[in-house]
Design a protein around this ligand. Structure first.
Ligand code: AMP
Length: 129
């Protein structure tokens, strides 16, 4: 089933300037801003400007320029915020939730960049997969 993009989602409204965000970086095809409910001392969202619902949607439908820009924007945010382990930063975690199993709240592709503390286990421990 093809993806249907909802232009009324909150990130589309941020991109149209209808609601504010605390911007960290803007590139030709991507925007990075602070998450409104941070889960760690550093919690940034990076989104493409195009109408993509999930990471897999973006991977199959976005242009090479959009894809390169998005990956580059994530790396730039890590550098800007001093997270890069290669430069002495403490590191970070990237998360992109998709669909009901991924518990995706906003249906516009976003990558969470989390850092600033030890982030613990990757998933809550439920005893088995
Ligand atoms: P999820 O779709 O579950 O990966 O997460 C969506 C994220 O968007 C959550 O961490 C929210 O706190 C965040 N969020 C929702 N509305 C806003 C907003 N207006 N500005 C910044 N972050 C937001």
């Amino acid at each position: 089933m093809p993806y249907v993009y909802d232009p009324n989602n909150v990130f589309a409204k941020i991109l149209r300037g209808e609601i504010p965000c605390k911007k960290v970086l803007e590139t030709d095809h991507s925007l990075a801003f602070h998450d409104i409910r941070p889960q760690a001392p550093v919690h940034i969202l990076v989104i493409p400007k195009g109408p993509y619902v999930t990471f897999d949607h973006f991977a199959e439908a976005a242009s090479p320029a959009e894809q390169a820009d998005f990956v580059g924007a994530i790396g730039k945010v890590c550098a800007l915020l001093g997270l890069k382990p290669g430069d002495g930063g403490g590191g970070y975690r990237l998360i992109s939730n998709a669909g009901w199993a991924g518990v995706q709240e906003v249906p516009h592709l976003h990558v969470h960049i989390l850092g600033g503390r030890v982030l613990g286990r990757m998933l809550p421990d439920r005893g088995s997969a």
